[in-house]
Design a binder for this molecule. Structure first.
Ligand SMILES: Cc1cc2nc3c(=O)[nH]c(=O)nc-3n(C[C@H](O)[C@H](O)[C@H](O)COP(=O)(O)OP(=O)(O)OC[C@H]3O[C@@H](n4cnc5c(N)ncnc54)[C@H](O)[C@@H]3O)c2cc1C
Length: 448
């Protein structure tokens, strides 16, 4: 019986395993050095914030794996020998495979800052980081201030986590406005305000120079590069992005660059070796996507796809329209399609912001064909199904606005904002778009 080994028990690895099991009775083993069982990484913050226990981040009961005949092995793979199809573990053991799936995820970036390995300095990625945070920042008596370095999605989550325990936070953001490499100016400015309104010491245009230690080798302060200012702190969170966790693959003959190089079938240059999730790097980005996509949904889709290929139905990874979601303090964010930070030549944009400064939508469309390209929603929840369909069908911006009621998730939204949004669009663009009534049946019946 064919022996499938998966390195990594994150969303990519376990999705691949579950789907291979659904499709076949192959032998499956998932290896991980991090935890015994799969957990939802995106829920880690809620454990620290007291909304759930760590056990609640595990979507499957512990008996699930045995019942489904999926073997779990705890251990760190140190090297892969592809000629003999053998994994060598740090603990000394070795293990054979017939087919190997590399699903080893990411690791937090460190840029060689002096002091980056001191006690009290941590990333926010692995379960061990959460344990470290509990140790060094259990409350504001033990941790009088934390400094978070790097203004992306994980950075702002870590800020919110510490803030929930009333720990004063300084937030160093290299850019001159929060996440403005991804967010357009309006949205980025809204999040700057949200961070400041929560009492966070936000430092824009600020880089870390070094981290200083006390006499016990624990962090005591940081120095800001631009100003030389020293800020006392007990914890430093390094959240300046992530990169593929693939150092152990370097000597294996499997082609790597920033990640493990894969073709659209998620195959590497070595026969019977595949890579999926955060650690996989496409030779070329699919559609307008980046070659590496470190997001949850991508890992899940790649896991499903590679399972088909391994079970003799070789199919390419076709992710469809881009979408993502996150939360910036109290403001929920969703994006469907593309709304780049900078407007491109063929694009026209429409921006609406609520007067409370906590909600906005930003629509992007082609200024000649009027084809809808994407939407950012802040503080307003809209339906993924609706936009996915509109993007696949290449609907126009006029269609999207007419059917805003179908896109809407929140009943309050219709009463409060849709009319205002469409009126603003009509006024700015000299159009006469009429809002149509909600038609759930139409949306979902055509999807089935
Ligand atoms: C705090 C946080 C919040 C996030 N929020 C969002 C969000 O809101 N939306 C979103 O889309 N994405 C979010 N992400 C990103 C998302 O969690 C990742 O894209 C996803 O978890 C990656 O899954 P994966 O299976 O590819 O890898 P991982 O989940 O990283 O799993 C890989 C596993 O492989 C193990 N491993 C690595 N090397 C070895 C080895 N040599 N031997 C044995 N085991 C090894 C690792 O320890 C790890 O357990 C967030 C990430 C973090 C950290």
């Amino acid at each position: 019986m064919e022996n499938i080994v998966i390195i990594g028990n994150g969303i990519s690895g376990v999705t691949a395993a579950r789907h291979i099991r659904k499709l076949s009775d192959k032998k499956i083993t998932i290896v991980s050095a991090e935890t015994d069982y799969f957990f939802s990484r995106t829920a880690l913050m809620y454990v620290y914030m007291g909304h759930m226990k760590f056990e609640h981040t595990q979507p499957y009961e512990n008996w699930f794996w045995k019942k489904n005949n999926i073997n779990l092995k705890k251990g760190y793979v140190k090297t892969i020998e592809t000629t003999s199809k053998t994994l060598h573990f740090e603990e000394g053991e070795s293990f054979q495979y017939d087919k190997l799936i590399i699903a080893t995820g990411s690791k937090p970036n460190k840029f060689g800052w002096p002091g980056q390995d001191l006690d009290g300095v941590m990333g926010m990625y692995h379960k061990q980081d959460l344990d470290n945070l509990e140790k060094y920042a259990p409350n504001n008596k033990v941790c009088k201030r934390a400094v978070i370095v790097g203004g992306g999605l994980i950075g702002i989550e870590l800020v919110e986590m510490l803030h929930s325990r009333h720990i004063p936070v300084t937030f160093l953001v290299r850019e001159d406005s929060f996440w403005n490499g991804v967010l357009p100016e309006g949205e980025s400015a809204m999040i700057n305000k949200e961070i400041l309104n929560n009492g966070i010491d936000l430092r824009l245009g600020a880089n870390l120079k070094e981290i200083k230690a006390d006499e016990n080798g624990k962090v005591k302060s940081i120095i800001i590069a631009e100003t030389g200012e020293e800020i006392s702190c007990d914890v430093v969170g390094l959240t300046a992005g992530v990169s593929p966790n693939i150092d152990f693959i370097k000597e294996s003959g499997i082609e790597i660059e920033r990640g493990v190089k894969v073709n659209p079938f998620l195959e590497t240059n070595v026969k019977d070796v595949y890579a999926i999730g955060d650690c996989a790097e496409q030779h070329e980005g699919i559609d307008q996507r980046r070659p590496i996509e470190a997001v949850w949904y991508t890992g899940r889709m790649m896991g499903e796809t590679v399972a088909q290929t391994i079970c003799d139905n070789r199919i390419a990874y076709k992710p469809g329209p881009w979408f993502n979601s996150a939360k910036f303090m109290d403001i929920e964010y969703q994006t469907y399609g593309w709304v780049w930070a900078q407007k491109r030549d063929n694009e026209a944009r429409f921006y609406w912001e609520h007067k409370d400064g906590k909600k906005c939508i930003h629509i992007n469309y082609d200024k000649n064909s009027r084809e809808f390209i994407g939407i950012n929603n802040f503080g307003i929840r809209m339906r993924h199904e609706f936009f996915d369909k509109a993007l696949k069908e290449k609907q126009s911006v006029d269609y999207v606005l007419e059917h805003l009621a179908d896109a809407n998730f929140d009943p309050e939204f219709y009463k409060l904002h849709e009319k205002e949004i469409v009126a603003k669009f009509n006024q700015e663009n000299n159009t006469n778009i009429q809002l149509k009534k909600k038609s759930w049946k139409r949306v979902f019946s055509t999807q089935a």
